[in-house]
Each structure stands twice: as C-alpha cells, then as structure tokens.
Design a binder for this molecule. Structure first.
Ligand code: NAP
Length: 337
C-alpha cells in the first residue's frame, strides 16, 4: 500500500503580487486526518484500507487488531493502548462486528476522537442513542455509515421516485452465506444479525429512495436449529396507503446472487440491481458513472468534518429491530459451513 507522510495540517500558501500596491494573498488550507482502523477483517482489507489510501484527506496511521496487522502501519491489540499512545489521531474507524462496537466507540469518543461506524451501527438501538449523546457532549462527530446508500444507482433512484406515486415495492436480497461470510461465526450469535447483516443494506437503500416512510407489519424469520440469528426473512411493510411493500432475504442462494429492488409507480417501473450499482427504468438501463461505495463514504466523512456535522440515521436499523420484535420464528435445518 502507498504510505503517505502524516501531517495534521497541510497548508499551501500562494502569494500573488499584483502590480502597484495591491497584494493578494491566496491561501488554500487542506487538512489531512490520520485514521486508526479498528478490526482488520474482511471489510477492512477489501474496502476501508484501499479507500483511505485513495483519499487525500485521510492517512491510515494505526490499526487495532488482536490477530492481524498491515505492513508499515503501527498495530495495537487494544483500543485503549492505541488511544493512549497516539493522541494525535483524530479519527477512529470501526470495521468490527456490531457486538463489540459500543465499548470501543465509547472509548474513542471519551478520548475525544471522531468515530466512523460500519453498518449496522450497533447491536441495539439504545446503545447507538448513547453514542450519539456522548458524541454531542464531547463535541465529536459520529458517522453511522450505510455503504449501500453510496451505490451508484441509489441517488438516481431517489431522484426518479421523489415525485412519483408508488404502487408496489419488492426487495429480493438472496446471497450465499458460505461465499460472503466464510468462517464468520459472529453472524450466527446473538447480536450478529444473521441474514439481516446483508438485508440491512437493502433496507438502507429502501429507506433512502422511497418518498414516503414505511413500517413493518409482519415478518417470518427462519432460524437454523443451531443458530441464534436467522438465515432467511420475509418482511411486509405498510405506508398508510395500502401499498404492497415486501422484502425477501435469503442466505441459501447458490449460483447467481440477487440484490434487487423493484419499484412500480404510476408512471413506470424502476429496478435496482447488483446491490444498487445499476438502475433501469422500464427495462432500459441508465448510464451512470461507476462509484466505489467506500470511497464515497470517506469523501462524505471529509464533508462532515468540514461542516462539523454528525450523520446517524437509524431508519434501516429500526426495521431490523422491529422484525426481531414481531417476527414469527420458524426453525429450519441446522447450518453447517
Ligand atoms: P470479519 O472479517 O469477521 O472481521 C471482523 C474484525 O473485527 C476482525 O478483524 C476482528 O479483529 C474484529 N473483532 C471481531 N470480534 C471482536 C471483538 N469481540 N473485539 C474486538 N474486535 C473484534 O468481519 P467483516 O466482514 O469485516 O465485518 C465487519 C463489519 O463490517 C460488520 O459489521 C459487517 O456487517 C460490515 N461489513 C462487512 C462486509 C463484508 O463484505 N464482509 C461488507 C460491508 C460491511 P481481530 O480478531 O483481528 O482483533
């Protein structure tokens, strides 16, 4: 990986001497933020590290992992050791599962650092509220990322649907858990979300693109007999206008994978495919520029820093919590990896 020198503030000062007495000072101030990445697992290696590396506003300055490290970057095995040893690092990005996230995020906020949270932002709704309050009290930023919202087709979909009457919505999120989560035991334990780990990505898109709010009315959750989290979920939503809105999440899909959202409107049909990367209206694909979701996450965080704003939207998380609250439990075959 490319290692950039770390400097907290890079400042370019250009001085233009105009003819006569007038002197124009042109000052460009570009801050570069050191980032500590916590959890060096699949998503850290696949996405966070390359995206931080590609972004001029951030530099990977330290990692926290009990088992892994990145060449050329100082690693710590405990967050407290990193926070104590590297007080100059202002941004802590958490790429760990939701279960252990709260304690680590709290440590970072109490040490007066800004915090980026992977999705889902926590194991419970209330703990994220506490993080929000703590961030406000400490004057630090909290960014609950929803990477799928940065898929290239999502913003065009939101714009196209904004003024349209929605007639029907169906989400199909079918993938092979053995292919995408090999060896990840945490997804099957309480607080691991099971099929909602990818399903919440679909819900993050849904809650971004629909012009109305929706709420869950019924759910069926299939739990393998040896797991604490579901392998499949079927959800029904209502919007107060009797619009049929359904979602089908399944982790047992072999062969082609399906991450699709179909929206029928009074003026035509919209389809998002490939997790929101592609969009078609009435069967015609729109030509949209490719976009790396994680590049867009770090660009967005640079904007939040510039505006001194946090960004925590819990809408997708609430639907998952509601599904666990009102969902009918169905036991299914034991999961064997
Ligand atoms: P992973 O490969 O299992 O890696 C998780 C990392 O978290 C490991 O490096 C582990 O670090 C650390 N960790 C696990 N339990 C911990 C604990 N109790 N205390 C401290 N650290 C702990 O998981 P992942 O797939 O990268 O997923 C991490 C997060 O990213 C999840 O919230 C997931 O939803 C999200 N995400 C994943 C993907 C994907 O494609 N996998 C895509 C988007 C988002 P050490 O054991 O080295 O300390």
């Amino acid at each position: 990986m490319r290692i950039r020198s770390i400097c907290v503030v890079r400042m370019w000062i250009s001085i233009y001497c105009a003819t006569g007495a007038e002197r124009l000072w042109h000052v460009t101030l570009t801050e570069n933020y050191a980032v500590a990445l916590v959890g060096i697992g699949k998503i850290a290696r696949d996405q966070h590290i390359p995206s931080i590396d590609r972004n001029d506003r951030f530099t990977l300055a330290a990692t926290v992992s009990r088992n892994a490290s990145i060449d050329g970057v100082e690693n710590f095995t405990a967050i407290e050791d990193m926070l104590a040893a590297r007080p100059e690092i202002p941004v802590i990005s958490l790429a760990i599962p939701p279960g252990p996230r709260f304690n680590i995020a709290m440590s970072a906020l109490k040490a007066d650092r800004h915090v980026i949270l992977e999705k889902p932002p926590g194991a419970t709704l209330s703990e994220v509220d506490t993080l929000v309050t703590t961030a406000q009290e400490r004057g630090k930023l909290l960014f609950a990322t929803w990477h799928s919202r940065f898929a290239a087709g999502v913003e065009p979909a939101r714009q196209w649907l904004a003024a349209r009457q929605i007639k029907r919505v169906h989400v199909t999120w079918h993938e092979d858990v053995r292919r995408w989560h090999p060896g990840q035991e945490w997804i099957w334990r309480t607080g691991g979300f099971g099929v909602f780990d990818p399903g919440i990505n679909a819900l993050s898109i849904l809650t971004e693109i629909l012009p109305m709010t929706v709420h869950l009315t019924a759910a069926e959750l299939e739990f393998p007999s040896n797991c604490q989290t579901p392998i499949a979920a079927r959800l029904n939503f209502a919007d107060g206008a009797d619009t049929p809105i359904t979602a089908d999440f399944d982790w047992r899909q072999t062969g082609p994978q399906s991450w699709e959202i179909d929206v029928e409107t009074a003026e035509g049909k919209l389809k998002l495919t490939d997790g929101g990367a592609n969009i078609a209206i009435e069967g015609e694909s729109l030509s949209i520029p490719e976009q790396s979701e994680y590049d867009a996450i770090y660009t967005r965080f640079a904007e939040l820093l510039a505006r001194n704003e946090s960004d925590v939207d819990l809408a997708p998380f609430k639907h998952v919590a509601d599904a666990f609250m009102i969902g009918r439990r169905i036991e299914t075959d034991a999961f064997v990896e």
